[in-house]
Design a protein around this ligand. Sequence first.
Ligand SMILES: [Zn+2]
Ligand SMILES: [Zn+2]
Length: 332
Amino acid sequence: MKMNFRRLIGDFLLMLPIGLIGFVYYIFAIVFFYPKTQSHQESFLSFFIFHILLFLLLWSFIQAVICKPGNSPRNWGFYQSDSDTKKKRYCLVCHSFKPERCHHCSTCDTCILGMDHHCPWINNCVGFFNRKIFILLLLYSLINGFFILFKLTGQVYSSLELILSDSIQVSLIPHLYYIAVYFFLLILMIILSRFTYFHIKLVLKNSTTVEMLDKEAENYSISPLWNWRQVFGKNPWLWFLPVYLETGKPIGDGITWARPKAPFELKANSNSDHNQEASGSPYFESPLNISNIVKSSSLNSSVEYSQDLNSMQYVKSDSGASSPFILPRGKA
Ligand SMILES: [Zn+2]
Ligand SMILES: [Zn+2]
């Protein structure tokens, strides 16, 4: 079996964000916040809310590490009719065709569906099936960070006053630790805010980091709401939870992508509520039905195909047809 050292080093480096969360938790929750909860009921409520936010952050982090972004089906291109587009989309490393918006990641050493980027903080690629989780991780990191900054501001102000007055009460623990954590988090949150804003903007435009760097990238934007649903799923109740369930999955299969239609087609579609309901979106083409391709191919075998798509499971789509979705590792 081929050893992927870059992934192994990445797994080791996961200790960095875990250590960072642990350190900030110790200084803020154990040293600073917990003693206050003994005397103030209001502080106890804030302490409880903080732990719910922290739980959502850790949940998103674990999901972001373990959820697969979606791999390109190894034999996908061989079932397609030959075309120039197909020839252009050939991965010389994997020696296989890759669908549009799919790119090779040298760290993961595979082609990733709807690839956004490889994130070293989670040692995982961000792609079609886990982009929602990655953005939730950013959001909950921001919410937790700003919550801590908000609660620490008063304490840091009085700690700075003590230091500036040369008071003998100043000691390394806790005053200097509060100040260090506060300014470290402040810088981190400023950077993270810009990063999160950048990624949300990409989702609303139905674009990716890779495509943003490619001046010839196609436009896939349907409308901000449908672009959002394409990543976060149809169910608004699941938009802010790092789970998929049936209605929280990204729309589509990561293999075929809809393009914005001409204005006259949009007008025609707007008269057909039934079609909108059936396809899940007024503008989306029906997802590629790989089972049909398998049936119509001369290589007879749904069995062979499912071996290639070893991480895929067949689930029922809204229209009742089977379509493959890669479900996150460890999920039913
Ligand atoms: Zn590849
Ligand atoms: Zn990767």
